[in-house]
Design a protein around this ligand. Structure first.
Ligand code: UD1
Length: 396
């Protein structure tokens, strides 16, 4: 086949809420180059509740996955093991030239491992972020995915610095910006007037928005209690709305912490879709969270954010954005929230390349990968071709 007619088979592996938000603009951009790229979408099934998965596909206009592996929940080993087995079947049956994984989830680590072992090129979106705390499962996933990826797409300068200091070739690192911000821009206008305020009885009132779901915070009864105690310190000053992740919900019941919730206490509600969430987030007086993506979104929305963690891999949100780390210390959480509510608000600037064009930059690189693989002078054998691309990127 002529070089001009060859399409780069590109498979994106997704599985969780944040993956769907980040994949949507990249997949849409890949589709625009249909003559050169053949994109497919695999959903591992890591998130499966309607309002954790399908609702996001609907609201983001993300095409239904070509393959749904329905691997579901379980311990990390069980979950990743099921993903490895099912992904391997899919990728062996219909091998793409390139697999794209996103972020730090179990879906990303499984996608990267299977692809690398099947000698398929791997690209990692949101590469290089480091919390330097390997007790977090996400940090372990980041380290593994980066190590076996051929192309590292970086959201902020700390990502590039971390990768360089870990010995990655600068040729494999592409500072492309943040695809989550592409989604925010694409949805701009769609999350302005929503009935969620009315539904939650918040019309016209100031409110704080809470999310907490990281294992380090919610799997330990003492830590979860500390966080809830800190937030309980502000419920007489401002309504606190808490769309609750299923992991947290289960632990609240298991640890007998339901006394923190109620009409005049923390208002626990079901998880909401991305439009309702962005609406709540953009109009909140204050956001308290342990989510990575929400630290980034609040920076762009210019909403004060208190991060319920000791460290963050999203360094730029501290340096340039509205983010402040408060850990899981009750007094610190209450005091910091009172400060913000009293008007001590940190204003932010827009980090470099958080301009809504990160997916364009990523797809430009993908088009170059296609060129390196298929151009007439490249070696004929498939494996050797991949080797050539790897070598081209790693040779200084
Ligand atoms: C995962 C990611 C985390 C990301 C988060 C976004 C890993 C290691 N972690 O964490 O980085 O911030 O997604 O939400 O991949 N559950 C349901 N329904 C669902 C999904 C989950 O009930 O649709 C419950 C199950 O009890 C499950 C638990 O939530 O065991 C945790 O889900 P899991 O996908 O394992 O990890 P997350 O905590 O969502």
């Amino acid at each position: 086949m002529e070089y001009q007619q060859q399409r780069l088979k590109t498979t994106m592996v997704v599985g969780t809420r944040p993956d769907f938000m980040k994949a949507a603009p990249v997949f849409a951009r890949l589709k625009r180059f249909d003559d050169f790229i053949e994109p497919t979408l695999i959903h591992t099934g890591q998130h499966y509740d309607i309002n954790m998965s399908q609702l996001f596909f609907d609201e983001l206009g993300l095409r239904q996955p070509d393959i749904h592996l329905a691997t579901g929940s379980g311990s990390h080993a069980e979950q990743v093991a099921r993903m490895l087995v099912e992904l391997e079947k899919s990728l062996v049956e219909n091998p793409p030239h390139l697999v794209v994984v996103i972020g730090d989830t179990n879906s990303a680590v499984a996608g990267a491992i299977v692809a690398a072992k099947c000698k398929i090129l791997v690209a990692h979106i949101e590469s290089g972020l480091r919390s330097f705390d390997t007790s977090q499962p996400e940090e372990v996933n980041r380290l593994i995915v980066d190590k076996i990826s051929d192309f590292h797409f970086v959201t902020e300068s700390s990502g590039s610095q971390n990768l360089v200091s870990e010995g990655f070739s600068e040729k494999s690192i592409f500072f492309v910006g943040n695809v989550l911000i592409d989604t925010l821009r694409n949805l701009d206008g769609k999350f302005v007037t929503r009935e969620i305020h009315e539904k939650l009885g918040l019309q016209g009132s100031r409110y704080a928005l809470l999310t907490v779901h990281k294992p380090e915070n919610v799997d330990d009864p003492k830590t979860l209690k500390n966080i809830l105690t800190g937030i309980d310190g502000i419920v007489d000053k401002i309504p606190v709305v808490f769309p609750c992740h299923p992991r947290t919900r289960i632990n609240i019941d298991n640890f007998n912490l339901s006394s923190y919730f109620g009409e005049n206490r923390i208002r626990l509600v079901e998880p909401v879709g991305c439009l309702d969430f962005l609406n709540l987030e953009s109009e909140a007086a204050l956001v308290l969270t342990d989510s990575g993506g929400i630290q980034e979104e609040t920076t762009i929305l210019n909403v004060p954010c208190l991060t319920l963690r000791r460290s963050t891999e999203r360094q730029v949100t501290l340096r340039e954005g509205t983010n402040i780390l408060v850990g899981a210390y009750p007094e610190k959480i209450t005091a910091a929230a009172e400060n913000v509510l009293g008007g001590a608000v940190k204003t932010g600037t827009t980090p470099k390349y958080w301009d809504g064009r990160a997916s364009e930059r990523i797809v430009d690189v993908v088009l170059n990968i296609r060129k390196s693989l298929f151009q007439p002078d490249s070696i004929k054998d498939g494996t050797a071709k991949i080797k050539t691309v790897r070598e081209a990127l790693s040779t200084e």
